[in-house]
Design a protein around this ligand. Structure first.
Ligand SMILES: N[C@@H](CCC(=O)N[C@@H](CS)C(=O)NCC(=O)O)C(=O)O
Length: 241
């Protein structure tokens, strides 16, 4: 199951030891957009971290003990505390590592970002439904129209706020939380959905200039190659290594 170049922890592998002092560990999968949210926060805040990639198609038993849902990502602290669900892990990191706060300090502004995130998170399914529907020869034009409608709401939001990013003129948490799906638009063959949303398109261009985004980004070719193996039912989690 695990070739020589496998950097993954598959079933039967020994559990990794305790998390080194002053580090935080993330159990991840290289192409997971939810895990990328957390990797963006690590980079933006300069958090010392360790990454352990889990074989999601052949999960190790010890991983299911840490996270009973068996999904990535999961954070683990040197004290053995375990935290999962990407919006919660990112908020936790923002609280525990106070340097360069990513959420606004005003409770109302923070609540606004969390409301926006809640709505965005409910729409994530569109990206996958459209691309897998297309692969299965379904007519996805209705779904695409719905997605465009949601994207135009985001565009309108930027137009109304007159800011470069969703939380102001610099990047904040909400931008990082939405970014991974925009990085994958071309992979999903949905980049044309930004044609009618110029402000949102400019936002994606500004995002690409951010050091944390650059540091966690994969090329379109790498995303496409991984996504193909994923849609074919045999995901190559080590793609490109
Ligand atoms: N709601 C979770 C979603 C995480 C998620 O769906 N991760 C995927 C990988 S991208 C996963 O672990 N899939 C494996 C599985 O479902 O067994 C979060 O926000 O962290």
């Amino acid at each position: 199951k695990c070739s020589k170049r496998c950097f993954l922890y598959p079933s039967g592998s020994a559990a990794p030891g305790p998390v080194p002092k002053d580090y935080i560990r993330v159990y991840s999968m290289r192409f997971c957009p939810f895990a990328q949210r957390t990797r963006l926060v690590f980079k933006a805040k300069g958090i010392k971290h360790e990454i352990i990639n889990v074989h999601l198609a052949d999960k190790p038993e010890w991983y299911l003990k840490k996270n009973p849902f068996g999904i990535v990502l999961t954070l683990e602290t040197p004290a053995g505390e375990v935290i999962y669900e990407s919006p919660i892990t990112c908020e936790y990191l923002d609280e525990v590592y106070p340097e360069k706060k990513l959420f606004p300090s005003s409770p109302f502004a923070k609540a606004q970002q969390k409301m926006m995130l809640e709505h965005f998170s409910k729409r994530i399914g569109y990206f996958y439904r459209i691309s897998s529907g297309r692969k299965n020869g379904q007519d996805v034009s209705g779904l695409e129209a719905e997605l465009k409608e949601k994207l135009s709401k985001l565009n309108e939001d930027l137009v109304n706020k007159k800011t470069k990013f969703f939380g102001g003129d610099s990047i904040t948490m909400i931008d990082y939380m939405m970014w991974p799906w925009f990085e994958r638009l071309e992979t999903f063959e949905l980049q044309h959905c930004l044609d009618g949303t110029p402000e949102l398109k400019k936002w994606t261009e500004r995002m690409r200039e951010d050091p944390a985004v650059k540091a966690t980004m994969y090329s379109v070719d790498a995303h496409k190659a991984f996504y193909k193996t994923f849609l074919d039912g045999n995901p190559d989690f080590d793609y490109g290594l």
